[in-house]
Design a protein around this ligand. Structure first.
Ligand code: C2O
Length: 537
């Protein structure tokens, strides 16, 4: 074995940068919330333990130097050589997310089932916390693998993130397109590995987290439940940032919070396509880009908190704060973690995102302190205004138009809502969604005129539908969109004629000849579409 050689260029002054960057964080941490408020009950912001010595800074992948990219490649290669049943191996870590079975987009696992395999949390309010823990231990394992691979035991590695709102799949993950590059996998949508002029892997609409950022509630109570442990009642999951309350961990539930739907699910499906790894939860974490995708999702969680105005983690929920999840550290030692332990990434864990202060973070109440109360949502009246037949609809590679008949009374109501600004909102709900095939991202349009080219930047675009989960397990979810502004704009343009027609278009229909031929005829089903309105009582 050769002596570890130290190449100082490989180790930029991360330590110093981190330390300097910490000073304002520590000060901000002592102040607590930015706005002048009494600290909420349960907040122990002023009693935070002192930050740990090393804080690793996660930076955008495009800022990585060639040396840093090389180190990343070496570390992944080290992990990939370890046997699947070793907790610090690439496959063991990927199988914590999901274990491939027959019919998946990657070969079925032949290894005996191991501890913590197939435990990822999707479709519930555990989504963000579980993935933060998963990334944290993965980062420690990868850092130590990089130290082994580079021969530099002091190498200061932090996971890069991929901000898809600014650029396409990063070059080092596409090139060279051969096994010498451990960041490359061929099992991706061809357009992502081989971009063509004018055809994108990820469009602006697909990479956007804008809608999720506008939402204040972290979580909702399941349908029909007037209250639950720490979440807001009378909301659909996609009116929350972080997803639906569930009393216990569930591998997959399928009621996605807004950030999980968009951009999370959308990016999985865009990168994986119908047959690639990223679109299949049992294969996704085998693709190195998975970890950069999730670092970005984890970063967006803090971006959301920093906007404050009532945005808070659901510390009122005992399930969310105390449920224990199992992982392994860089020594292969089993560890358990709870929601309470991952709230402040700097002081409780050991990382931060470049140029992103950690603000508006409450910690769990200490023994004897009262639990924070969740303000109950104002009582609301939900009224159905219109509904499509509930015969069921199938989305494939061709656009589908669905008429939603509007009864006369509802038409007047919609007209008056569309014409004058009122607090009452109109919502389009797509019910009974199920996944037939991986990889689809659908654009939804409201009253797209005949012959008009569907354009997500245009005035008829409502939003995206993108499911990420297991096939054929009978799980159904719903997706809903606020269409008040779209209706208002229709009325403004004198295009509102009392009729509603929805158009569903597979994103990437532009790929004719590249992927379209291999696109399955059916990707997603749904039962019906409804238009509802909510009025505060
Ligand atoms: Cu657990 Cu983005 O996947």
């Amino acid at each position: 074995m050769s002596m570890p050689s130290r190449v100082s260029r490989r180790r930029p002054l991360w330590g110093l940068v981190a330390l300097v960057a910490l000073i304002p964080l520590v000060l901000a941490g002592c102040k607590g919330n930015e706005q002048e408020q009494a600290p909420p009950p349960g907040s122990t912001t002023s009693e935070q333990p002192p930050p740990q010595a090393t804080v690793y800074t996660r930076a955008e992948i495009a800022t990585f130097t060639p040396d840093q990219i090389e180190a990343l490649r070496k570390g992944i290669a080290v992990m990939q050589k370890r046997p699947a049943t070793t907790p610090t191996s690439w496959i063991y870590q990927a199988n914590i997310h999901g274990v491939p079975v027959e019919g998946d987009n990657c070969p079925a696992s032949t290894d005996p089932m191991q501890e913590a395999w197939s435990t990822c949390q999707h479709g519930s309010f555990f989504f963000l916390a579980w993935h933060r823990m998963y990334l944290y231990y993965f980062e420690r394992i990868l850092r130590s693998a990089i130290q082994e691979g580079t021969g530099d035991p002091t190498y200061q590695f932090a996971l890069p993130y991929w901000d898809y709102s600014t650029h396409q799949l990063p070059d080092p993950f596409r090139m060279p397109a051969d096994p010498s590059n451990s960041l490359y996998v061929s099992e991706r949508r061809p357009l992502c590995n081989n971009p063509q002029p004018g055809q994108e892997c990820v469009s602006d609409a697909q990479g956007s987290s804008q809608q999720a950022m506008t939402l204040v509630p972290f979580c909702n109570c399941p349908d029909g439940q007037a209250s639950c442990d720490g979440c807001t009642a009378n909301l659909t999951p996609d009116e929350t940032f972080g997803g639906e309350f569930t009393p216990q961990p569930e591998h997959f539930l399928n009621q996605f919070g807004e950030l999980e739907s968009q951009p999370h699910n959308v990016i999985h499906n865009r990168v994986g396509g119908p047959t690639g790894w990223m679109s299949d939860p049992d294969c996704a974490a085998r693709d190195p880009i998975f970890w950069l995708h999730h670092a970005n999702i984890d970063r967006l969680w803090q971006v959301w908190l920093n906007q404050n105005s009532g945005r808070l983690n659901p510390l009122g929920s005992t399930a969310w704060t105390t449920t224990k999840f199992t992982f392994f550290d860089e020594k292969g030692t089993k560890v358990e973690m709870t929601g309470c332990e991952i709230l402040n990434m700097v002081t409780q864990l050991d990382y931060q995102y470049k140029d992103l202060p950690v603000q508006n973070v409450q910690l769990c109440a200490q023994a004897g302190q009262p639990k924070p109360e969740t303000t109950p949502a104002p009582a609301e009246q939900v009224q159905e205004l219109a509904a499509s037949p509930s015969q069921g609809f199938t989305l494939g590679s061709k656009p589908l138009k669905v008429a939603v008949p509007v009864p006369a009374k509802a038409r007047d109501r919609i007209t008056s809502l569309a014409e004058s600004a009122q607090p009452e909102r109109l919502r389009l709900v797509i019910e009974g969604l199920s996944l037939v095939h991986h990889g689809g991202v659908y654009e939804v349009y409201l009253n797209l005129p005949q012959g008009q080219k569907p354009d997500p930047k245009g005035p008829y675009f409502v939003g995206l539908i993108s499911l990420f989960g297991h096939l054929g397990q009978g799980q159904e979810s719903s997706r809903s969109f606020d269409i008040t502004d779209e209706m208002h704009n229709l009325a403004q343009r004198h295009e509102w004629n009392g009729k509603v027609e929805l158009t569903f278009v597979l994103s990437g229909g532009e790929e004719t000849g590249v992927v379209a031929e291999s696109t399955p005829a059916q990707l997603v089903r749904f039962r019906r579409a409804r238009i509802i309105t909510r009025q505060q009582e």
